[in-house]
Design a protein around this ligand. Sequence first.
Ligand code: FMN
Length: 350
Amino acid sequence: MHDGPARPPGQRAPLFSTAITELFGIRHPVLAGGLMWLADAPYVAAVVRAGGMGFITSRSSADLPAFRGQLQRCRELAGGLPFGVNLSTSRHTAVPLMDYLDAALAAGVRHFETAGRAPADDLIRRIRDAGGIVIHKVPTIRHALSAERLGVHAVALVGMECGGHPGINTDMPATLGGAIAAGRLRIPFAIGGGIGTGGQVLAALAVGADAVVIGTRFLAGTEVSAHPAYKARLVAAGEADSAVAFAGKPALGGAWRVLDNATLREVRRREAAGLTEHADFADLLAGSLSRDACYRDGDVERGMLSMGAAACFIDRVEPIGAIMDRLMDEAAAARDRLGRLAPEPNQGLV
Ligand SMILES: Cc1cc2nc3c(=O)[nH]c(=O)nc-3n(C[C@H](O)[C@H](O)[C@H](O)COP(=O)(O)O)c2cc1C
């Protein structure tokens, strides 16, 4: 039974205060990592209204004017809350990162997630000089330590279970990496990969992380601009429905965890046949395949569709705010459970 009017989704009171909630000025220790083709203005605005930090994925915009349009739209939708921009580098597409950074800074954005290659000194310096905050996403402790040396404010360490690109990390799960990072990093850090319940959020904080990075768990959010058939596939997905291509093949971008579908199986067939050049896979890797065939038209068998095992926690299409509330309610329940596990005084003593 509750008294008083029902709280709208996404307006849950804060449960945790960490170095990252402070750094990003957010209510919950939840960062919604960049999503190629999907982290657009409606999605990012929904995340920030729900109390997390989201990042408009610059690489998804066709050009700078389109990117500026996304920033403007997000500002309108975010209700005055700050939002972020993801600047990821890609081996196979030349991205004018500095131009995108300047456009974001000019639009008032001060929160950045970088990913891919190590961010250049001048990129970090420009963000810092503008009073901005940068978290760099990495697949290994070694990369986390070099990002720390480069002067980023925080790092996000992703485990092998993450949707998208764990890159060279093919054997280190998120909480193990997080426990190691806790003993070695001096700057705040988040962990990501496979996180889809509030119990896991609590576990991340327990090992020493200051936040989690989530991608997959939010993919079927109402505000995600994708075809209903794709979201229905996510709702149906179990923990065995993601698979990895290109593990141990840095020339092809390294490990990439996606929905197990016809495109992935064809990629694997060509890998097994010994093909090793990017050109051998170009027709399957074209981003436009996932964008057009799946996200726009709903054919879930086509495209390399980044997705992690946390898809098994997606049980319905619902607003991002409702997903965030569930995560935080579960985290509160997990914390209470731990409290109840304390032994009674004198228990166990003879
Ligand atoms: C559909 C999808 C697209 C992604 N695209 C990007 C991207 O363009 N840039 C990036 O830095 N990370 C990208 N990621 C990774 C996420 O930001 C995040 O690190 C990852 O999803 C966390 O693991 P999880 O999916 O198990 O929660 C993507 C992930 C997914 C699921």
